[in-house]
Design a protein around this ligand. Structure first.
Ligand code: HEC
Ligand code: HEC
Ligand code: HEC
Length: 292
C-alpha cells in the first residue's frame, strides 16, 4: 500500500523532471542555480579540441588546458590555446610567444590553475621540444585529443533501469537536487550537493558512471559561500551526494582520486552538479564531470 502511494507521488515527480526541455537536456525546474543566469539557454558550441598542431602537443593542451583556454574562452581564461596562431602570437607588451609563456606557466606550476595537479615533466618536455623545433604545424589529423570532445557513449554500458526506486545509485547523470530539494512531494532525503562522475564527457542520463574501487576512492569536495568544506564519496553508480548544510554559491569544486584531481576553479550558483554537467554541458560546463 505504501508502495502504491509512493509510486503515485513518484510519477508526479518524474513527470516534472522529464518534461521535454531544451535540446541541451537542462532541467528547467532546478531552483538551485537561479542566480541571475538563464538556465534554459543552450550553450553556443564550445571548442576544446586543438587543431593544426602536432598530436603530442595537442594532447597536452587538451588534457591540461583547453577546458578553460577554449573557444570561446571559459573559466576566466584570457586567451584560447587551440591553434598554431594562438600559440605563435606574441604576448602583448612582451617579445615572447604565447607558447613560451604557456611553457613558463606550466613550469612554475601556476597553470593549470592550482589546486589542479601540475603538468607532468613529460608534458613539459613535449612543449619544450616543440618550441625548440620552431613550433612546426601538425601534419596529420589527431584522434580526438580532448576528453571534452569525444563521441557520446555510455562507457559503463549499464543503465539505471529501476525508475524512481529509492536508492543512492538512482538516476545517475540527472539533476538530483531537482527532486531532492525538499521532502515534498515525496519523503526523499534533502540533498545539498550531488552529482555523478563519469569516465568520459558525453554520457547520457541514467548511464551508470565510474565505479571506484574500495582501495582507490574518488572524493568530491566543494567550498561553500561560508568557507565550509563539504565532501562526498563517489559510489558504485558514480553518484555522490551530501546532506550537510551548504550555502550557495559554491566557490570551487575538486574531484580527487589518489594524487590526481580535476578542479572547477570558477564559483557556481548551485551544488546540483548535474544541472550544468549534462551530456552536452550547459552554462559553460564542458559536459559530464570526468574522473581524474
Ligand atoms: C581551470 C581553468 C584553467 C586551466 C585548466 C588552465 N588555465 Fe591558463 N589561465 C586561466 C586563468 C583564469 C588565467 C588568467 C589568470 C592568470 O593569468 O593566472 C589563465 C592565464 C593563462 C596564461 C596567461 C595568458 C595571458 O595572455 O596573460 C597562460 C599562458 C596560460 N593560462 C596557460 C595555460 C596552460 C599552458 C594551461 C595548461 C597546461 C592552462 N593555462 C590551464 C585558467 C586556466
Ligand atoms: C525524478 C526524481 C529523482 C531524481 C532525479 C533523483 N532522485 Fe533520489 N530519490 C527520489 C525519491 C522519490 C526517493 C525516495 C522516496 C522514498 O521512497 O522515500 C529517492 C531516494 C534517494 C535516496 C535515499 C536512498 C535510501 O535508500 O536511503 C538517495 C541517497 C538518493 N535518492 C540519491 C539521489 C541521487 C544521488 C540522485 C542523482 C544522481 C537522485 N537521487 C536523483 C527521487 C529522485
Ligand atoms: C552553474 C553551472 C555549474 C554547476 C552547478 C557546476 N559546475 Fe562544474 N563546471 C562549470 C563550468 C562553467 C566549468 C568550466 C570552467 C571551470 O573549470 O571552472 C566547470 C568545470 C568543472 C570541472 C572541471 C572540468 C574537468 O573535467 O576538468 C569539474 C571537476 C567540475 N566542474 C565539477 C563540478 C562539481 C563537483 C559540481 C557540483 C558540486 C559542479 N561542477 C557544479 C559549471 C558548473
Amino acid at each position: 500500500m505504501r508502495f502504491a502511494i509512493v509510486a503515485l507521488l513518484l510519477v508526479a515527480c518524474s513527470t516534472d523532471d522529464n518534461v521535454a526541455g531544451p535540446p541541451d537536456g537542462s532541467h528547467e525546474h532546478d531552483a538551485g542555480r537561479d542566480a541571475g543566469q538563464d538556465a534554459s539557454a543552450p550553450d553556443a558550441v564550445i571548442i576544446h579540441e586543438p587543431s593544426g598542431l602536432p598530436c603530442d602537443v595537442a594532447g597536452v593542451l587538451a588534457r591540461e588546458c583547453t577546458v578553460c583556454h577554449s573557444q570561446p574562452i571559459e573559466g576566466g581564461a584570457p586567451v584560447s590555446l587551440l591553434t598554431l596562431a594562438d600559440l605563435t602570437s606574441i604576448v602583448p607588451g612582451t617579445s615572447i610567444t604565447m607558447a613560451a609563456y604557456a611553457l613558463e606557466r606550466m613550469m612554475d606550476q601556476s597553470m593549470p590553475t592550482p589546486p589542479s595537479t601540475p603538468a607532468t615533466s613529460a608534458e613539459i618536455a613535449i612543449m619544450q621540444s616543440w618550441i625548440n623545433a620552431g613550433m612546426p604545424a601538425g601534419t596529420s589529423a589527431c584522434t580526438p585529443a580532448s576528453p571534452y570532445d569525444g563521441a557520446p557513449t555510455c562507457t559503463s554500458t549499464t543503465m539505471w533501469t529501476s525508475g524512481n526506486q529509492s536508492s543512492p545509485l538512482m538516476h545517475p547523470g540527472t539533476a538530483c537536487i531537482g527532486c531532492h530539494a525538499s521532502t515534498t512531494p515525496v519523503p526523499s532525503p534533502v540533498l545539498t550537493m550531488a552529482g555523478t562522475v563519469y569516465r568520459t564527457v558525453r554520457e547520457p542520463d541514467d548511464c551508470n558512471g565510474v565505479t571506484p574501487s574500495a582501495t582507490d576512492p574518488i572524493t568530491v569536495t566543494v567550498l561553500d559561500f561560508d568557507n565550509r568544506m563539504i565532501s562526498a564519496t563517489v559510489n558504485a553508480a558514480g553518484n555522490f551526494f551530501s546532506t550537510d548544510p551548504i550555502r550557495p554559491p559554491i566557490q570551487y569544486a575538486i574531484v580527487t582520486r589518489g594524487s590526481q584531481s580535476r578542479v572547477m576553479a570558477s564559483g557556481q550558483a548551485s551544488a546540483d552538479c548535474n544541472s550544468c554537467h549534462t551530456e552536452a554541458g550547459v552554462l559553460g560546463a564542458p559536459g559530464r564531470i570526468v574522473a581524474p
